[in-house]
Ligand binder design. Structure first.
Ligand code: GDP
Length: 361
């Protein structure tokens, strides 16, 4: 009998990578959000239809009249992956919902459904907690202990989810755990996030579709890993003898400016940054590949725009994933440089297609 997993939502970056991983492992996968056509269209590279008999998708519209309990009663999953709290960039217009919503698939509602349906010994629950859960922590390498001393944070619903999981684990003995995932990116990342904004915009600039990449704080330090590596950790967390929370990160930080520099180099552009604060600019000093042949030395392709500088945020995010390494043997497989190459090449292919359409359309 194959294992049965429920992923919600399945449409985003993490849901799509996780679904691919579980289908490969022989699971039957149920996913909430969208349909297979949307999944394939929205997630370059995902290829669900090959194994569609093991994949069942529920559009949001289908479940809006039902409850988490109804769905769990029908599916009776071995594993539930609730990725809804993965976090939304503050540039997103959905921010209000993200911070304060307690939807049908909040941790509390799903855990209560597992309990009431008598699935306590069958169903294991994974919850993606955003690293922003820990609030404005600057310069401290966040591990599982820091996460338990939650600092002031806007992520009200994420905090209530986090403690609901601790309570159901300790009070009712459910197998329930939180993964505190630091920034994880890929070509499937939404453009609200800085990495994808950078790779897409620079690729567009080489093809004459945009002139300049406008960013906020170039000094911000982040710990960026590849989403494909992080979903393996989500799965591993549900395969242990007992449930525990884990920090998932690479342990290595880079600035936004460094990410820009790596992405530009992959496109054949050498950059020099001049000026300070909102006056800072990224100027081309050399073109080293025909990909960027339409540009020239001296072009300003990066500028700081105060609209993207956040009034309150943790500027130096640092994480300590030692526990994941020690207890689960997990380590990220993809370096930042390899991830940048993958993202840039995917965006470059799209930019070239768009440029051709513009020329002949
Ligand atoms: P976050 O760490 O979950 O907020 O992920 P983001 O990708 O949205 O932001 C990562 C860092 O990049 C933050 O410190 C942002 O302030 C910084 N940043 C600088 N410019 C931008 C921008 O134009 N957009 C976004 N989203 N972030 C930016």
């Amino acid at each position: 009998m194959s294992k049965v997993a429920l992923i919600t939502p399945i449409t985003g970056q993490d849901g799509s990578y996780l679904a691919e991983l579980l289908l490969k492992k022989g699971y039957t996968v149920h996913g909430i959000g969208g349909n297979v056509v949307q999944l394939n269209a929205g997630n370059a590279g995902s290829n669900f239809h090959d194994k569609s008999s093991d994949l069942h998708i529920y559009a949001h519209a289908d479940i809006s009249t039902g409850t988490a309990r109804d769905l769990l009663a029908i599916i009776r999953p071995d594993e539930v992956y609730n990725l809804g709290g993965t976090g939304q960039s503050p540039e997103s217009s959905d921010l209000g919902d993200e911070l304060f919503s307690t939807g049908e698939f909040s941790a509390l509602k799903v855990l209560e459904a597992i309990r009431v349906l008598g699935l306590e010994t069958k169903t294991r629950y994974y919850h993606a907690s955003p690293s922003a859960l820990c609030g404005l922590v600057n310069g401290i390498a966040i591990n599982e202990m820091v996460s338990l001393n939650i600092y002031p944070s806007w992520y009200a619903s994420a905090i209530s989810d986090f403690w609901a999981i601790v309570n159901y684990r300790e009070t009712f003995g459910l197998y329930a755990c939180s993964g505190i995932l630091f920034n994880h990116e890929s070509p499937r990342r939404s453009e609200n996030f800085v990495t994808r904004k950078i790779t897409r915009s620079l690729a567009n600039i080489t093809q004459g579709l945009e002139k300049c990449l406008h960013l906020g704080n170039l000094n911000a330090l982040r710990d960026w890993g590849h989403a494909r590596d992080y979903v393996k950790m989500q799965w591993l967390m549900l395969q242990q003898d007992s449930p525990e929370d884990f920090v998932v990160a690479t342990g290595v930080q880079y600035t936004v400016r460094q990410f820009v520099t790596f992405a530009a180099l992959e496109l054949g552009i050498k950059l020099r940054f001049t000026g300070k604060g909102v006056e800072e600019r990224g100027i081309i000093t050399a073109i080293i590949s025909p990909v960027a042949a339409a540009l020239k030395v001296g072009d300003v392709v990066v500028a700081v725009d105060p609209r993207y500088i956040r009034p309150a945020e943790a500027c130096e995010v640092s994480a300590n994933p030692t526990k994941a390494r020690r207890k689960l043997g997990w380590a990220p497989e993809t370096s930042l440089q390899d991830m940048v190459i993958e993202m840039v090449q995917a965006d470059l292919a799209c930019a070239k297609k768009a440029a051709r359409l513009k020329l002949y359309g």
